[in-house]
Design a protein around this ligand. Structure first.
Ligand code: ZN
Length: 291
């Protein structure tokens, strides 16, 4: 399995806002596509371009971004789907980046690839690569994010919610955002500290000490929402209108003691837009690449 199971056959710059040396460069790699399926990969890559030019906050930032496509044909299609995960079909295929579901025995949806090979393949075509997105030719729900050599690698399948996975994972791998959810199976009750390094979660619940204070209306109650039962994720409604920035308890896999900036966010729920705090962090990361 691996590099002998496919071939890099093409390259194209599909969103061109200027010299690669001046812009933030996203490189999209195909994984688990047959030679006969390259046309559909090209359409999927254009879907990503469309998302980056129409989805906040990237719509207002897209002039800072170049997007590139690297065509990799694999010998077989799809991704491995081990039976060690519930629902796994046992599919085992020979693909260039060794994509596999079930990256953790408890999570079939953890779709991983050979990150080092993905980064090497991207840099081979685009020396100024800032982030890599691997599109895996499978309709099963899955994705992942990770960092190798300071370049983020996000992985996404073609499931209808896949592009939301891709954006969420790029939030981790390209922009250093934390997960804001606290309802995963391993979630714990009280955050033990210290203060998380990521800009979108914090142990601080007072204004103006909180790190996203510039986004908070000083009349907003702080903390804005406490979790009344730290043994579980708080599922009650928000006490403030959607879009209010404050301190909402429950984030980063802890029910209590750690706060997120809005009631909802793509880093908490894939189908939601990014919150204003995450928007601000993405803005700051892309600012140096504006024309
Ligand atoms: Zn957020």
């Amino acid at each position: 399995m691996g590099v002998n199971d496919g071939t890099v056959t093409g390259y194209a710059k599909i969103l061109d806002n200027g010299s690669d040396g001046d812009r933030w460069n996203l490189v999209i790699l195909s994984e688990g596509y047959l030679a006969s399926q390259m046309t559909s990969f090209h359409l999927h890559a254009l879907d990503i371009v469309n998302i980056f030019t129409t989805t906040p906050p990237f719509d207002g930032l897209s002039s800072a971004i170049n997007i590139h496509r690297v065509d990799i044909e694999s010998n077989e299609e799809g991704a491995d789907d081990p039976t060690s995960c519930s629902g796994g079909t046992g599919t085992a295929v020979d693909t260039f980046l060794d994509a596999s579901f079930c990256g953790d025995p408890s999570r079939r949806d953890l779709l991983t690839v050979d990150q080092d090979l993905a980064v090497d393949t991207a840099f081979d075509k685009v020396i100024n690569t800032h982030a890599v997105l691997v599109l895996v030719n499978s309709s099963i729900y899955g994705g992942s994010g990770g960092n190798k050599a300071s370049v983020g690698v996000a992985v996404s399948s073609l499931h209808p919610d896949a592009f939301n996975i891709a954006l969420h994972e790029l939030g981790h791998s390209a922009f250093g955002l934390a997960d804001e959810y606290d309802n995963n199976s391993g979630a714990q009750n009280h955050h033990p500290g210290p203060e998380p390094s990521q800009g979108n979660v914090t142990l601080v619940d007072t204004y103006p000490a909180i790190k996203w204070n510039v986004l908070i209306d000083p009349t907003t109650p702080m903390p804005t929402k406490k979790n009344g039962n730290c043994s579980k994720s708080d599922t009650s409604a928000s006490p403030v209108p959607a879009g209010t920035v404050g301190a909402f308890e429950g984030a980063a896999y802890y029910h209590c003691g750690v706060y997120r900036g809005e009631f909802n966010c793509k880093m908490r729920n894939l189908k939601e837009p990014f919150c204003a705090v995450c928007d601000d962090i993405i803005n700051a990361a892309l600012f140096p690449f504006f024309p």
